[in-house]
Design a protein around this ligand. Structure first.
Ligand code: SF4
Length: 326
């Protein structure tokens, strides 16, 4: 089924693949307390084919940022493996990873050095990895500033002289200057005004076509990914609970959590009324997750079985769902 979700016709390996990937942190809750395992990510199996956009969605604390860090090679899985172009990521040099996959982070305010000019910020990865001459680097900065819609006159400006949207364009240009084929976008629009979010999403869509990019797009907001994603992976408390083609997930969500996430999306049409928010209780503590199905304390459809038995991720033909109802 995971292969059916692919829209890539070639026989090449997926751009990125997770095989049974998990990451556990040992956490101490107090000075004299014993360390406890916190399973931030558990048994994730995903593929992102070339040119596709995979959206990874879920609430804060569901493990999506930990997964993003592993996809970037910044964090090693404690079990399973991540393959980049079919090769285990831990067998690839940092420089090679940087030429294949680059991040765009959530907050353009804190991710840009306030003491550096826009040119210095964008070309920094080239200096770190000793790529190109001074002239080549300048030309690349100009090229990527143009591609992301930044006027050339800003080249010697500082981040505090730019708007939020312009700063995020700088962060995107900095990611693209290494000419990667994969970009991991970790909530790239959530720190921006709503009016600016649409411009950045359109820019990412344009760049995907022009540069033949593959995106792993992390978001807590399903509405943000609706027009960008080819496939959607929904995470809950470190687990993958639904995975399928974006059109199927949006038209017919099968997991109660996915339905609740979609129900909580605000619509611009006032005639549709207020959203049915069904996620009243907060996310459970990941250090002591609930028994059975992790979602049962918040699930309107929970049964006795859900309290006792953890569901397995099942292939329903058109998607993967982890719920006893399927
Ligand atoms: Fe709800 Fe039970 Fe399905 Fe979990 S397994 S999502 S509690 S119905």
């Amino acid at each position: 089924m995971k292969d059916q979700i692919s829209s890539s016709p070639e026989k090449l390996p997926p751009a990125l693949e997770c095989r049974d990937v998990g990451r556990t942190f040992m956490i101490k809750r107090g000075m004299f307390a014993q360390k406890q395992p916190l399973k931030a990510v558990q048994d994730i199996n995903l593929k992102i084919n070339r040119g596709d956009v995979l959206a990874i969605v879920g609430e804060s604390g569901c493990g999506k940022t930990t997964l993003a860090q592993m996809l970037l090679g910044l964090l090693q899985p404690t079990n399973g493996e991540i393959l980049l172009d079919g090769q285990p990521i831990n067998s690839i040099s940092i420089k090679e990873i940087a030429t294949k996959v680059q991040p765009v982070f959530q907050d353009p305010y804190s991710s840009l050095n306030p003491r550096k000019t826009i040119e210095q910020i964008i070309l920094l990865p080239l200096i770190v990895h000793k790529i190109g001459t001074v002239k080549d680097r300048r030309e690349r900065v100009e090229k990527y500033m143009r591609l992301v819609g930044l006027p050339k006159r800003l080249v010697h400006s500082y981040p505090n002289q730019l708007s939020g949207g312009q700063r995020q364009r700088v962060a995107i240009a900095r990611a693209l200057i290494m000419e990667p084929k994969i970009v991991v976008c970790d909530e790239p629009t959530s720190a921006l005004d709503v009016s600016v979010q649409a411009h950045i999403l359109n820019l990412l869509q344009d760049l995907r076509t022009k540069l033949d990019l593959t995106y792993a797009f992390i978001s807590h907001d399903l509405a943000v990914v609706e027009h960008l994603a080819d496939s959607v992976a929904v995470m809950y408390l470190g687990r993958l609970i639904e995975f399928g083609k974006a059109a199927d997930i949006f038209s017919n969500p099968q997991h109660p959590y996915t339905r609740a996430l979609l129900d909580s999306v605000l619509t611009p049409d006032p005639s549709l009324g207020l959203p049915k928010i069904t996620l009243g209780k907060g996310l459970p503590n990941p250090l002591s997750p609930p028994s059975g199905c992790y979602f049962h304390p918040r699930c309107p459809e929970a049964t006795e079985e859900c309290h006792q038995h953890t569901p397995v991720l099942k292939d329903t033909g058109e998607r993967l769902v982890e719920c006893h109802l399927h």
